[in-house]
Ligand binder design. Structure first.
Ligand code: PAF
Length: 284
């Protein structure tokens, strides 16, 4: 696996691959990689000949009281894991390479509309930071295909919008959510959980499964949302939202039953967890 420390070296290699007729896939990450990330690398390989992953803890997508400082940074282990999973290139830029004029003076990309609801409402500015860094990464890597996990469902919709609006010639692929055996969606933030919190955390996935069953049984969407929030609160979560939306994240009518997705964000102690489930799906 090549490790690129400059944009120039990265671009030169990507150019050579493309010149040889090879398709280039891209997996952007913030590092501290787990099996969920490695499944994205596997999916990228199914759509491309060469796969580049980036590791960059992006300061502009964290709010002032969020976990930027304590976000786990494990670049050596990440590099080993990526190589073991057949990744062809690792790009790990510094903050100065990503934001040459400084993060405060960065040209920003702002996606309107869907960035103001759900996580956008609870993490103001978060999606501006995501859109800004992903546009830069796309420019630096210049991939043909990029893979994003469906756990960050709203982020995936934001990236779709960004690519369409800015005409990036990149196919965006959403990867299935990787889960632990007890249903908890894999996330680098799971390691913040105490063992007592870790035992409670799969309740989010169980709540999503119950939301699906209740919606399929014909219960009103508003009632399902309210009951889910109450259930999670009783289990010890501070709930940001337990919501049902259309797949494009617009608001459904209360009697709509197709093309819906349930989304939850809730905190256990200092750890914020998110998860979602397409309500038409039969698989867990
Ligand atoms: O999903 C993530 O890990 C990050 O939001 C991303 C897409 C790598 C941008 O920093």
């Amino acid at each position: 696996m090549h490790t690129f420390t400059t944009v120039e070296a990265l671009r030169e290699q990507v150019r050579a691959w493309k010149h040889a007729g090879l398709r280039v896939g891209f997996v952007p990450t913030m590092g501290n990689l787990h099996d969920g990330h490695y499944s994205l690398v596997g999916l990228a390989h199914a759509h491309a000949d060469k796969v580049v992953a980036s590791v960059f803890v992006n300061p502009t997508q964290f709010g002032p009281n969020e976990d930027f400082a304590r976000y786990p940074r494990t670049l050596d282990a990440d590099a080993q894991g990526l190589a073991a999973h057949g990744c062809d290139g690792l790009f790990a830029p510094t903050v100065a390479q990503m934001y040459p004029c400084g993060a405060e003076q960065a040209v920003q990309v702002r996606v309107p509309g869907i960035t103001t609801i759900l996580d956008g409402a609870h993490r103001p500015g978060h999606f501006d930071g995501v859109a800004t860094v992903v546009a830069r990464l796309f420019n630096m890597v210049q991939p043909d295909v990029a893979v994003f996990g469906r756990k960050d469902y709203q982020q995936l919709r934001v990236i779709d919008y960004l690519v369409r609006e800015l005409a990036f010639p990149i196919a965006i692929i959403g990867a299935p959510i990787a889960r632990a055996a007890d249903g908890l969606a894999l996330s680098s933030r799971n390691q913040y959980l105490s063992s007592a919190e870790r035992a409670v955390a799969p309740e989010i996935h169980r709540a999503l499964l119950s939301m699906r069953a209740a919606v399929q049984a014909g219960q009103s969407l508003k009632a399902v949302e309210a009951e889910t929030a109450a259930r999670l609160t009783a289990a010890g979560f501070a709930v940001d939202y337990a919501a049902i939306h259309r797949a494009d994240l617009s608001q459904p009518a209360d009697d709509e039953r197709s093309g819906l997705i349930a989304l939850i964000a809730a905190r256990l102690g200092s750890t914020r967890l998110i998860d979602n489930l397409a309500l038409g799906e039969t698989a867990a």
